[in-house]
Design a protein around this ligand. Structure first.
Ligand code: ZN
Length: 433
């Protein structure tokens, strides 16, 4: 007897009329037209069944703090850093946890079931670390939360000195933070930035941990920390386990140099996370016209075989007053900024918030295949393109075969003489002649 049988689903790879059979929290079979007794049977009515959305880059310690202690009036990176600096001494563990838990509720409603969040480790009390470790424990039944030790003020530059900063970061790892972070472009010099990459990658190698650095999140075409990150990855045998986040400088770099850099990144199997909503708003702020977009070279990296994911980065925090945990909104922005409008590229944008992001986190048994966890989202869309176009309603969200969230289908009632009574802006309703 199955626990759950979903029929008549469309899958992201284009297969239609598929059934997904679930027992004991795992998918046991995916095939067309399966018939078997099950405790619960769901007719997907031809809608898209996708593996859950995954956010490869987020800051949960700051999330939902919009307006505390004041609003970032200019919406710039620098004022955001100033507001965060004012808020940090006022943070309490309880407030931080409540905001993070509220965000996780939003995430579940949006079918977002795994999040890699950076956590600021410059505070020697490690207040945010302890709060997010507790959040991780509490949300474990419904969200995989992965924490990155992020030295926001620079591990070598921070006020208390390199030794103390490194010790605090190590203490965060001792307490259970999963991934080593960094911010080389924020260190005092290019040399210090390169040294921070070396030291932090060595620390990760020693401890058998993954690395995820905010790397070259700037408009400086001469920033070279991506190159150093790829080099250290290769040198220390960390291939596939190191992520460069943002990589905004690659947007502004000389094309000749990039033609050398991208193969080095591919050789090191460097993982890349771009954050389209944030890069399009925070980068290029010193430009007049034309204004640079500040998003890394996503199609070119994908073409070279580099794994690229999109992240949300911020939601209602000192840097970004918008956001809702909707990874389809993130992918929609990425698609537009990178001009990824070919049929294949639209599919790649959907993968950037599902499969590719799962690879960045190193999630096991993710996907819609026999043996995988029974984690999936039923969307009010026929295929990934329609899901992106509509930022489609998450009709049903499942984890380990259990229903976590439901949202009614979005349909507008119409009161128009001689016209249909309702519309959901679906492609299927367009006359085809
Ligand atoms: Zn970030």
């Amino acid at each position: 007897m199955l626990d759950l049988l979903i029929h008549n689903a469309s899958l992201p790879d284009g297969r239609k009329h598929m059934s997904v059979a679930v027992r004991a929290g795992r998918i046991v079979e995916v095939a067309a037209g399966l018939q078997a007794p099950a405790h619960e049977t769901v007719d997907a009515q031809g809608q898209l069944l996708s593996p859950p959305f995954i956010d490869a880059h987020f800051h949960m310690d700051a999330t939902l703090s919009y307006g505390l202690p004041r609003v970032n009036a200019s919406g710039t990176l620098l004022e955001g850093i100033a507001v965060w600096g004012e808020l940090k001494p006022m943070l309490t563990q309880e407030a931080l946890m409540e905001r993070a838990l509220a965000y996780c509720d939003w995430a579940v409603a949006k079918g977002l079931l795994a999040i890699r969040t950076h956590v600021d480790v410059c505070d020697p009390r490690l207040l945010a670390v302890d709060a997010l470790l507790e959040v991780k424990r509490r949300v474990a039944p419904y969200i995989d939360l992965q924490l990155v030790a992020f030295p926001q003020d620079g591990v070598l530059r921070g006020k208390t000195g390199p030794q103390e900063h490194m010790d605090t970061l190590k203490r965060a790892l001792d307490r259970g933070v999963d991934v080593v972070g960094g911010i080389p472009h924020f260190e005092r010099t290019m040399a210090d930035g390169a040294l921070s990459v070396k030291l932090l990658c060595e620390l990760a190698a020693e401890r058998g941990l993954r690395v995820d650095m905010h790397c070259d999140e700037s408009d400086d075409p001469h920033s070279r920390h991506v190159e150093t990150l790829a080099f250290e990855t290769q040198r220390l045998g960390l291939q596939g386990r190191v992520t460069g986040s943002h990589l905004s400088s690659m947007h502004s770099m000389d094309n000749y140099y990039v033609s050398k850099l991208i193969p080095l990144m591919a050789e090191a199997d460097l993982q890349v996370v771009s954050n389209p909503l944030i890069n399009i708003t925070l980068q290029g702020r010193h430009d007049s016209y034309p204004k640079r977009r500040g998003m890394t070279r996503v199609p070119e990296l994908l073409a070279a075989g580099v794994n690229v994911a999109f992240g949300q980065d911020c939601t209602m925090d000192p840097w970004y007053s918008l956001g809702s945990g909707d990874m389809l909104e993130v992918a929609h922005m990425g698609l537009h900024v990178a001009q990824m409008t070919s049929q294949a590229a639209i599919g790649q944008c959907f993968e950037a918030v599902t499969r590719n992001a799962a690879r960045v986190l190193g999630l096991q048994d993710y996907g819609l295949a026999a043996g995988c966890h029974a984690d999936f989202v039923l969307l009010q869309a026929a295929d990934p393109m329609e899901a992106l176009r509509l930022r489609a309603t998450r009709l049903r969200v499942y984890r380990r075969g259990k229903l976590l969230a439901q949202t009614p289908a979005a349909t507008s009632q119409l009161h128009l003489a001689g016209r249909p009574y309702s519309t959901a802006c679906r492609a299927e309703s367009i006359p085809r002649f």
